[in-house]
Design a protein around this ligand. Structure first.
Ligand code: AMP
Ligand code: GLY
Length: 424
């Protein structure tokens, strides 16, 4: 098979790496790709959101399978354009992507179909949002309705903070939709877990889970980011997590989609809060997480390209893939100041000898002969693999130390506490 990965981040580098290692993958491409994907196959200079040009090029290059990475590409309808052109796509339609792109749509969908989620009010003006606070407890989560790369949510511990957040958001150019459409929901207590499932349009099969670290600073301090680290599999959850989620979330979701005439093909990322009463959905995403993909994909065994092609054509065989019992820990190396600022850097080495049991995935970057220019923000993810969490963490941080010494001239930052202790 000739396989194209759409996107340019470390998630797409990990997808390209894992797909290229599949027995049925003859050639791998990426668009626009990054410094990692460029070392494995050709990068196309077509933006991830340009469905028309991607569809034409896929026909010209006889691409058998397209895997969509980023939410921006999915929300731009690239999956629809490719399917119209007869290309097999692993990635949902724009309509199904509303489960991620509109938090209000997702909440209403869950309410209609009995999927456990926090009680919520939607508001479309500052006054109605402030009034809605009265219907909730002191502690609430406030969410902007739109794609925000994990940065459109504030968990407010008291009314004063909640009102201040709403006032700050309204009319702000930094909040999706100018902060006009918000969701206010009860704060849930429990432990967070991200469970990934594969949809082939007929049903969802649980894939595996991960825990991620969204805050910029150690000890979960600082602003929310796209994700600073992750590990898989998560520890300390019931052994039958996948069965519980299948029954309470995935099956009602599939029934709901069918009733509403939608099909979901691709990865469904269920952001869950595991409460005393079991799983509640905090959010759905319609793609792999970044950096969750960088700790999930190294653990998958089997022909990933063939399995995803099966899903793209309506027949995912759940038994075709299995997961290693090894643990993976991923630590993100970012430019200092992330997420407030992204500083471009140039001249990084394209190849680095990492300690055993480590691999690295490039974020948004460009390969120039044997050096790399990066856009800034999340520069790369280093993944360590081991028989248990401690071994995997030790390897990931050994890799980070190696990189930090090689890249000593650059101002980079990372969290020092990824996967420390069973819970965050
Ligand atoms: P989201 O973008 O919806 O995943 O929210 C980002 C983060 O905010 C989540 O990972 C949680 O840590 C937190 N969060 C969101 N909704 C809630 C909630 N209802 N209760 C508690 N924490 C929440
Ligand atoms: N790591 C969170 C995300 O990809 O949305």
């Amino acid at each position: 098979m000739r396989v194209l990965v759409v996107g340019a981040g470390a998630r797409e580098d990990a997808l390209s790496w894992r797909l290229a290692a599949s027995p049925s993958c003859e050639a791998i491409f990426a668009s626009p790709g990054n410094a990692g994907t460029a070392q494995r196959g050709a990068n196309w200079a077509i933006p991830a959101t340009d469905g028309k040009r991607l569809a034409q090029r896929c026909k010209d290059e006889r691409i058998d399978l397209v895997v969509l990475g980023p939410e921006t590409s999915i929300a731009a309808g690239v999956g629809d354009r490719l399917r119209e052109a007869g290309v097999a796509v692993f990635g949902p339609s724009r309509a199904a992507a509303r489960l991620e792109s509109s938090k209000i749509f997702a909440k209403r969908f869950m309410e209609r179909h009995g999927i456990p989620t926090a009680r919520a009010s939607a508001a479309h003006s500052l006054e109605s949002a402030v009034r809605a606070l009265e219907h909730h407890g002191e502690s609430v989560a406030i969410k902007a309705d739109g794609l925000a790369s994990g940065k459109g949510v504030v968990v407010a511990g008291d009314r004063h903070t909640a009102r201040a957040t709403l006032a700050q958001w309204y009319g702000s150019a930094h909040v999706p939709g100018g902060g006009n459409d918000v969701l206010i929901e009860d704060r849930l207590e429990g432990r967070e877990l991200s469970l990934f499932a594969i949809g082939d349009g007929r049903r969802f099969a649980p894939f595996s889970s991960a825990c991620d670290y969204k805050r910029a600073g150690d000890g979960d301090t600082g602003p929310n980011t796209g994700g600073m680290g992750a590990y898989s599999p998560p520890l300390g959850f019931p052994a039958d997590v996948q069965e519980i989620v299948r029954e309470r979330v995935l099956e009602p979701l599939q029934r709901g989609l069918a009733e509403e005439g939608e099909r979901f093909v691709g990865v469904l990322y269920c952001g869950l809060m595991w409460t005393a009463a079991g799983p509640f959905v905090i959010e759905f995403n319609v793609r792999f997480g970044d950096p969750e993909a960088q700790v999930l994909l190294p653990r998958v065994e089997g022909d990933v390209a063939a399995a995803l092609h099966g899903a793209a054509t309506g027949h995912f065989d759940e038994r075709a893939l299995s997961f290693s019992h090894d643990v993976c820990v991923g630590v993100v190396l970012a430019t200092s100041g992330y997420p407030a600022t992204s500083t471009p850097l140039s001249g990084l080495p394209a190849q680095v000898d990492l300690p055993d049991g480590c691999c690295m995935f490039w974020g948004n970057s460009t390969l120039r002969n044997d050096t790399v220019d990066v856009d800034g923000g999340r520069v790369m993810t280093v993944t360590g693999r081991g028989v248990d969490l401690a071994a995997a963490r030790e390897r990931a941080y050994a890799g980070i130390q190696t990189l930090a010494s090689i890249l000593g001239a650059y101002e980079l930052t990372y969290r020092g506490d990824i996967a420390c202790g069973p819970a965050r």
